[in-house]
Every structure is written in C-alpha cells, then in structure tokens.
Design a protein around this ligand. Structure first.
Ligand SMILES: *Cc1c(COP(=O)(O)O)cnc(C)c1O
Length: 408
C-alpha cells in the first residue's frame, strides 16, 4: 500500500492529516510536545466492526496485548472484544485493571516465572502452559493457594506455516509443547487438580496470505480435535491463533479477510460443530487490531543537504519506533509509509531521507522517499505504528525523553 492510501484512511482536514477528526497540528498542540504516538479511536472501532461482521458469530476475538499495552487502548478493546491475551505479570495487571471478566484473560508465553504463575492462579485467569514444567508449577501454585487453576495447553503443531513474518510453530520451538508429546503430558498432569479447558496453537505472525492462514486454521482444527480425545472433559477452549498481517511496505497487499472468514465459517459449521460442540473458537490478534490505527509523529528539527542528498533530521527515531528503522527483525530494510502530516494534501516535490536524532546510521526512518517540500517544524508522520511501536523499541538508548501516547 502507498503512503497516499494511508493518508486517505485517516483523512485530511485543513490540508493536514487528521487523527480522530482533529488536524495533526492541533493534536500536537494538545499533546504539548513531540514526538508522540497517536491512535485513532474511530479506526480502531472500524477494525473491530470489520472483524465482527466478517467472522462467524461463534468465534471469539482476543487482543494480544503485547502489540500495544497502552492502558487506554486495552480498556477500549476490553469493552469491545471477548478476551485479552497477556504475556507477563505486568500485562496481566493491565488487563485486570480493565472491565473485562477475569476468566476472559489468558496468559501465554515461554518463561513464565513461578511468581507470575502464582499471580495468574490467584487471579483466576486462564494459563496457557508452554511445557510440562510450567504445568507442574501451575498445579503447585493451585495446591498452595487452595485453588483449581484454569489451564490450556499451548501446542507446537506438527506443521509449519509459510509466509509468516515470524514463524512461531512447527519444527523445534521454544513455544508450546510438541503435539506428539501432548498426550503424555496430559496423562501426567491433566487430571491432577486443574481444569484443562483446551488448546492454543499459534503458527506465526504477520501473514498477508489468506489461503495460508486458512490452511493453518484447518490443520489446527484437525490437530486439536484429535488431541481433545486425551482430555478428561469435553474441549471448551480452542484458540486457533491469528497471525493476520498488515501492509507495512509499498509492495504489501492487505490481507483478504473474506477468504479467512469463509474458511472459518466452514470450520465452525463443519468439524468444530461436529467434533467439538462445546468449544469456543478463539482468534487472537495483535497488529491486525491496533497496528493501522496508530501513527508516530515527529517534528523536523533540521534540513540539511549533504553532497546532493537532502536529510530531514527529526526529534524522534528508532528509540521509539524501532520497526520503521528496519531493525525489528526484518531481513531487508524497506521504508514504512511516511507523510508530511502538516502538508498532507500537497503533491510530492522532493526526495528526502528522514533520520532520527540518535548518533547511529541505524536511525533511519525513511530512505530516499518522495515527499512534499517541508520545512523546519513540519510534522512527519510514520504510519502503521499502532502495534510494536513504543514498547517494542529501545527507549533508553541515548537517554531522550519518552514520547507521549494519546488515543483520540
Ligand atoms: C505476539 C503474539 C500474538 C500477536 O501477534 P500479531 O502478529 O501482533 O497478531 C498472538 N498470539 C501469540 C501467542 C503471540 O505471541
């Protein structure tokens, strides 16, 4: 998708990009300082509504909080989605501070500490165990606290999914229990004092290929329905993962949600209804929910020409928005969509390179992009910044102040 398509998604007012209906310079004045992250509530709601109208009613939607743990966003989504998935003790506290029901919070991720496990058992949330050791610790915490923990088993599937930006299932993995080991783990721990509600399979992240996501979901349903025979009670929790990607660079095409949705309708009406009638199917999403509703906004501090190349030096950088610099695990650096937010309706007039304020050549936000002519104090906007932005960046590097975050 091109930068202009992103400008169109947010819309413009008074010649500027608008966020939540306000011109960008007004948002900046309201925040009081740059750089900052701004999230558009209307776009967030649009995304939730799109998913709700496309996916089968029986499918529950979960927010993977690590994508954006800003408390206002988490509360906003808590009121609109069915579940929240957390991956640390702090994320768990953030989820519990919202109005979501405790039994609608799940806790996944390798390396949960015994203290976090105890917190989770005490809170009564669903713990997705990633190993036999974790299962044992959950049971021990339940014993100590006199509580019956709610558990699901995260399964490392016996298949891998192509086309993911990050593969998190199939082959050897630190995530989940290998599918072939699950029956033995359930024999050992499955009837020892926990409610084992079901399974969680997460094959990978940032996938834009709907056919491959659909195939992974079919294979997951197949795998889980055979593993369900090893549970003491009928399966109630069927977390199919997610992995829905968003377009970050020019060449990326948006995910065809209709293809994924049609497949889920078939699965829900077919094998899930027949073989797991009591199961709640769950789709768990991070970036697809929040990534496209957010922008990272920086101010031009300096314009300089070095041997024919024009640089815009801005007051932000990779310490806040690491992914846009290409250093967040990307194999090849490609520009994120960028715009001059204060001149959003102007045509491109010059090729510039946007760099951050850190003393490293890695701090490159946009390399040789065509933008409208801009000046010192103009606001440069980086799109697709609503997920894996602030909390996925090395904020302490060089000691600049932390950026603000607003939900408008
Ligand atoms: C990170 C993660 C997600 C969210 O991934 P997105 O690509 O942001 O949708 C979902 N589930 C699990 C288990 C994760 O680790």
């Amino acid at each position: 998708m091109k930068p202009n398509e992103h400008i169109a998604r947010f819309g413009t007012v008074d010649g500027e990009l608008q966020i939540g209906g306000l011109p960008l310079s007004r948002v900046a004045a309201r925040v009081g300082s740059t750089p900052f992250f701004a999230y558009d509530r209307g776009l967030l709601d649009e995304r939730v509504n799109l998913l709700r109208s496309a996916l089968p009613e029986r499918v529950e939607l979960s927010f993977a909080m690590k994508a954006n743990p800003m408390p206002a966003i988490v509360q906003h989504l808590a009121g609109r989605l069915d579940r929240i998935d957390v991956a640390s003790g702090l994320e768990m506290q953030t989820a519990l501070d919202t109005t979501i029901r405790v039994d609608r919070v799940s806790f996944a991720g390798p390396g949960k500490t015994p203290a976090e496990i105890r917190q989770a058992v005490a809170a009564g949330i669903l713990i997705e165990v990633e190993s036999g050791t974790e299962f044992r610790r959950v049971l021990a915490a339940g014993d100590q606290l006199g509580l019956t923990p709610n558990v699901a088993v995260r399964v490392n599937p016996d298949f891998a999914v192509k086309g993911s930006g990050m593969r998190m299932g199939g082959g050897p993995q630190q995530f989940g229990i290998d599918a072939e080991q699950v029956p033995a783990v359930l024999r050992e721990y499955g009837t020892a004092g926990a409610n084992v509600l079901g399974f969680h399979v997460f094959a990978g992240s940032q996938n834009l290929n709907a056919a491959i996501i659909a195939e992974a979901q079919r294979r997951t349903v197949d795998l889980v329905s055979s593993l369900a025979e090893h549970l003491a009670d009928p399966l109630r929790y069927l977390n199919l993962g997610g992995g829905f990607g968003i377009p970050y660079v020019d060449k990326d095409r948006p995910l065809d949600l209709d293809v994924v949705a049609a497949n889920l309708h078939e699965l829900v009406d077919g094998p899930i209804a027949e073989r797991m009638p009591q199961a709640s199917p769950v789709i768990e999403l991070g970036r697809y929910l929040v990534g496209e509703c957010g922008v990272y906004v920086t101010r031009v501090l300096d314009r300089k020409v070095s041997r024919g190349k024009t640089f815009l030096v801005v007051d932000g950088g990779m310490h806040h928005q690491l992914a846009a610099s290409g250093n967040f695990g990307q194999a090849i650096r490609r520009n994120y969509p960028v715009a001059v937010g204060t001149r959003a309706e102007r045509a491109s007039a010059e090729a510039v390179t946007v760099v951050g304020c850190l003393c490293t050549p890695l701090d490159l936000l946009a390399d040789d992009v065509d933008l409208p002519t801009s000046d010192i104090d103009d606001l440069i906007v980086i799109f697709q910044a609503g997920a894996y932005g602030l909390t996925a960046s090395p904020t302490a590097f060089l000691g600049h102040p932390a950026p603000a975050e607003v939900l408008i």
